[in-house]
Write a protein that binds this ligand. Sequence first.
Ligand SMILES: C[C@@]1(CC(=O)O)c2cc3[nH]c(cc4nc(cc5[nH]c(cc(n2)[C@H]1CCC(=O)O)[C@@](C)(CC(=O)O)[C@@H]5CCC(=O)O)C(CC(=O)O)=C4CCC(=O)O)c(CCC(=O)O)c3CC(=O)O
Ligand SMILES: NC(=O)C1=CN([C@@H]2O[C@H](COP(=O)(O)OP(=O)(O)OC[C@H]3O[C@@H](n4cnc5c(N)ncnc54)[C@H](O)[C@@H]3O)[C@@H](O)[C@H]2O)C=CC1
Length: 219
Amino acid sequence: MGNYYPIMLDMNGKICKVIGGGKVAERKVNSLLGYGCIIEVISPFFTQKLEEYALEGLISIKRRRYIYGDLEGSFLVFAATNDDKVNNECLRECKEKNILINIVNGQDMCDFIVPSKIKRGDLSITISTNGKSPALSKKIRKELEKLYPEEYSEYVNLLGEIREKVKMEVNDINKRRDILFKIINSGIIEKYVGKEIKDLKKELYNLYNKIFIFEDMNV
Ligand SMILES: C[C@@]1(CC(=O)O)c2cc3[nH]c(cc4nc(cc5[nH]c(cc(n2)[C@H]1CCC(=O)O)[C@@](C)(CC(=O)O)[C@@H]5CCC(=O)O)C(CC(=O)O)=C4CCC(=O)O)c(CCC(=O)O)c3CC(=O)O
Ligand SMILES: NC(=O)C1=CN([C@@H]2O[C@H](COP(=O)(O)OP(=O)(O)OC[C@H]3O[C@@H](n4cnc5c(N)ncnc54)[C@H](O)[C@@H]3O)[C@@H](O)[C@H]2O)C=CC1
């Protein structure tokens, strides 16, 4: 089994190729959508969803079997066919060309595996079991989705805004750290799920001003 290290890759403008057009390929394509990468899927057959994506221009498709050379120029490759021989041929091409590859039925050979993920705007939560139990990853994702609902994308933007302000206004790095943790641990954010973001914004800025004045008096 691999020894996988989690990182966040910049996918803007990168070419990703998926070989195979079945259910698993569709899931891998879903995981790539929305990251600004160029997605090409090669397969004699496609799921209905993949056909729709192609019509919408979200992906490009080649309606044929994989042939050597198809993977040239890729940043990431997903070998997602139901034919081990084909997946192994993709592996060979990628190894030869130093391209990172994910093989859906052979994790020992994967350069990377795909975690379960929750995306709330700029907040990403990913879960992996190092390949031991995808079903467990999925279960934990569903649990965490309830704890971190859609609103968190707005919250993260707001927290980013406040952090920029703190960085500009507070010179001491330890004080900055202290203020940011006080804001995060205040319990205010959790209270605002389902409520108006503008009220949350007001309350967080008030809290920051209070902490700021208090910290100042303690210089
Ligand atoms: C190693 C890995 C390689 C990779 O694909 O990157 C891999 C491999 C395999 N998965 C298999 C089966 C299933 N995979 C899922 C679901 C997901 N699988 C995903 C990732 C990964 N799957 C990587 C490790 C992730 C980790 O570390 O935990 C997720 C997280 C992400 C995604 O696919 O986008 C997505 C959940 C997304 C979500 O909903 O949150 C389900 C559940 C379902 O179908 O509903 C089942 C059936 C139940 C089960 O088996 O647990 C089999 C066939 C086994 C067989 O032959 O029986 C193999 C091959 C093998 O094990 O050899
Ligand atoms: N990693 C994961 O999350 C999981 C992996 N699997 C594995 O993934 C494999 C694929 O599963 P599904 O997508 O459900 O199968 P599927 O049967 O729905 O799709 C297989 C796809 O491969 C394409 N294909 C076959 N030969 C090809 C070739 N020479 N070139 C290009 N495309 C080709 C077919 O046209 C089809 O679109 C399974 O065999 C299983 O081993 C299964 C479940 C989860």
